[in-house]
Design a protein around this ligand. Structure first.
Ligand code: B1M
Length: 212
C-alpha cells in the first residue's frame, strides 16, 4: 500500500521520530517522488507545527520533537535530493546568523544546493559575524548564504555584509539571504545579491545570478 503523506505529516506533528524516519524510508523504497515526500509530508507537517506554535497550541519541547522528526526524515531524503547533482557548480558557504538557532530551512537549502552540484560548507547556527568573513576568506566560495528565522536576528545579515566590505572581500562573493521573515525588499536594503524565498527557487535564482 502506498505511503500516506498526510499521515506522515500527522506523525511529524506528533513528534514520532522513528515512525517518520521509517515512513520516509518506505516512501523512497516505493519510488515516490522525493520532492513530494518533502513538500506533502515533512514540510506540510512542519507548517502545521508553526501555526500551532504561534497559537500557543504547541510548546517548545513538542516543537523540538517535531523538528527532530523532520531531521530524521530529511536524513533519509538527503541522498535522493542530492543525487541529481553531477558536476560541481561552485562552492557555497551557508549558516544561520548570530542569536538564531533555527537550522531546518538552512539545512534544506544546503541540501538543495548540493543536489544542484554545489560543494556546500555548512557552518552551523548562531554564528558570529567574523565566522562568515573567515569562511569566505578560507573557502573562497562563489556564494555565501545566510539564514534568519527571527525578526530580531535579521539585522545580523546586514552586519555580515558590512564586515565583508570592511575585510575587502565583498566583491569576491555573491550573498544570498533567506528565512521566513526575510523579504526581497529587506534583501535589497542590506545590499544582498539574492533573496531566497524557499529552497527550490533559491537554487534557480542563485544560478541565474552566478551565470550572468
Ligand atoms: Co522558532 N520561531 N523560536 N523554534 N520556530 C519561529 C521562526 C516563529 C515564526 C514561530 C511563531 O511564532 N509562529 C517565531 C519567530 C517570530 C519572529 O521573529 N517573527 C519563533 C520564535 C519566536 C522562537 C523562539 C524565540 C521561541 C521562544 O523561545 N520563546 C525561539 C528562538 C530560539 C533562537 O533561535 N534563539 C525559538 C525556538 C525554536 C525551536 C528551537 C523550538 C525550533 C527550531 C529547531 C531547529 O531549527 N533545529 C523552532 C521551530 C521549529 C520553529 C518553527 C515552528 C518552524 C521553523 C522551520 O523549521 N520551518 C517556526 C514557525 C514557522 O516558520 N512556521 C518558528 C520549516 C523550514 C523548512 O522552513 O525555516 O522557513 P524555514 O525555511 C524555508 C524558507 O524560509 C527558506 O527556505 C526554507 C525551505 O523552503 N529559507 C532560505 C530559510 N533559510 C534560507 C536561506 C536562504 C534561502 C532560503 O539562503 C541562504
Amino acid at each position: 500500500m502506498a505511503v500516506d503523506l498526510g499521515q506522515m505529516a500527522e506523525l511529524l506533528i506528533a513528534g514520532k521520530v522513528d515512525d517518520v524516519e521509517k515512513m520516509t524510508e518506505q516512501a523512497i523504497d516505493d519510488g515516490m517522488d522525493p520532492s513530494d515526500i518533502l513538500q506533502k509530508g515533512l514540510i506540510a507537517g512542519m507548517d502545521v507545527v508553526g501555526q500551532r506554535f504561534k497559537a500557543c497550541d504547541m510548546f517548545i519541547p513538542e516543537v523540538l520533537r517535531s523538528a527532530k522528526a523532520m531531521g530524521a526524515g530529511m536524513k533519509q531524503l538527503r541522498p535522493k535530493l542530492v543525487a541529481s547533482g553531477a558536476k560541481m557548480a561552485g562552492t557555497m558557504v551557508i549558516g544561520t546568523v548570530k542569536g538564531d538557532l533555527h537550522d531546518i530551512g538552512k539545512n534544506l537549502v544546503g541540501m538543495m544546493f548540493e543536489g544542484a552540484g554545489f560543494q556546500v560548507v555548512n557552518l552551523g547556527i548562531d554564528l558570529d559575524t567574523q565566522v562568515f568573513v573567515d569562511a569566505v576568506k578560507e573557502h573562497k566560495p562563489e556564494l555565501l548564504g545566510m539564514s534568519a528565522l527571527l525578526t530580531t536576528t535579521m539585522p545580523k545579515m546586514g552586519e555580515v555584509i558590512n564586515a565583508l566590505k570592511e575585510a575587502g572581500v565583498r566583491d569576491q562573493v555573491k550573498v544570498m539571504v533567506g528565512g521566513a521573515p526575510v523579504t526581497e525588499e529587506f534583501a535589497k536594503e542590506i545590499g544582498a545579491d539574492i533573496y531566497g524565498a524557499n529552497a527550490a527557487s533559491s537554487v534557480d535564482k542563485a544560478k541565474e545570478v552566478l551565470e550572468a
